[in-house]
Design a protein around this ligand. Sequence first.
Ligand code: BJW
Ligand code: ZN
Length: 243
Amino acid sequence: MEEVARALAASKSAVAFTGAGVSAESGVPTFRGAGGLWERYRPEELATPEAFERDPVLVWRWYKWRQELIYAADPNPAHLALAELERLGVLKAVITQNVDGLHRKAGSRRVVELHGNIWRVRCTSCGREFPVEKPVGEIPPRCPICGGLLRPAVVWFGEPLPRGAWEEALSLASSADFMLVVGTSGAVYPAAHIPRVAKRNGAVIAVVDPGETALDDIADFKIRGKAAEILPRLVAEVRRCLT
Ligand code: BJW
Ligand code: ZN
């Protein structure tokens, strides 16, 4: 922990890369592993454009349920710690695969959302995007302009990542000298390329996760534990290094 904090405090362009595990202690279930979302639902039945075409109501039921969970959730000490690192001038940005918006809610300012946001919807007919403030009411929701079917503005399997977010993430990763990887299985591509790009460009990689991940092979440091316990301790150590 002290060694990671020292490297982080000495870094010039550190970036965090986060996944579902960072929100686990806010009560938002992860996708894989024990208690993960995919245990009860098959991803190919829910998180694909084909599934939505086949049964938009089923897919929307799942997203409405998740919107309700997330609506009731607050950022946890892990989100707050990352926001604090940005305020301290230590962290440049958070690149996240999460769609829950909890990093911004915690006060992180530069957040790159690779898989979209559950609080936005997009019309499948006219393509317009709209923000939603609370869980959708009637499902499936309809476009207020053209009456078309609305979908969550998130990235499903087989879909490309939003170009702007992808390019920003690539550029941050290429110039990062430290990457803090938190709470991701590292199993989903192309997002999981991001820490690999950082590593290839010379960044020190620290992985925080209670389990094994597909990114452990590139980790210079691995801190095993829950994000909400580890990250506040890491911030305290970084503060000590800075004074
Ligand atoms: C804790 C904790 C605690 C628990 N504290 N930690 C290369 C190889 C093989 C396959 C592919 C490939 N390239 C592309 C593919 C196909 C596919 C893919 O990656 N498949 C793999 C699963 C094999 N990828 C795609 O289809 C992507 N698109 C694409 O490739 O497009 C190509 C294209 C180009 C041009 C035109 C057209 C197409 C898109 C992927 C989209 C993924 N979408 C989802 C759903 C988003 C919306 C929603 O939320 O509903 O994104 S799937 C799901 O997985 C979600 C997540 O963001 C993503 C990653 O999961 P994450 O965050 O890592 O969570 P978990 O659950 O996996 O892990 C949690 C971790 O937390 C664990 O390690 C725990 O131990 C840990 N943990 N408690 C800290 N308290
Ligand atoms: Zn429309």
